[in-house]
Design a protein. Structure first.
Length: 113
């Protein structure tokens, strides 16, 4: 039940957003037990953001998962997400934050996991 929310200062057309969503979807398997089939992903572009005191191309990526994972898996996914932001949006990794949140309770389809 992962949810990945990308917020970026970069303007992106729908085709670019789709590519980002597809790449992130494939990358979620870097977290043990997580699969593409249950990932929800959103890309919010053109967000007014400032980082390092300037308005360079910036990204903030939130990854929420049901349960827990390992530091090693989080590091691998962070590396891949930063690569995707660089490849697709021109965001230098030093302008990209990735936040992980482990959720204990997650509802879906009228019930709680």
């Amino acid at each position: 039940m992962p949810f990945v929310n990308v917020k970026t200062s970069v303007k992106a057309d729908e085709a670019k957003k789709t590519v980002i969503e597809e790449k992130i979807t494939k990358s979620i398997t870097l977290l043990p037990g997580k699969s593409e089939s249950h990932l929800m992903c959103a890309v919010e572009d053109g967000v007014s953001m400032m980082f390092h005191g300037d308005k360079e191309n910036t990204a903030f990526v939130e990854v929420k998962i049901l349960g827990k994972s390992t530091r090693d898996a989080y590091e691998k996914l962070t590396e891949r997400i930063c690569e995707i932001m660089k490849e697709e949006l021109g965001v230098d990794p030093t302008y990209c934050y990735v936040k992980f949140e482990e959720i204990e309770n997650w509802g879906f389809n009228g019930f709680l996991f």
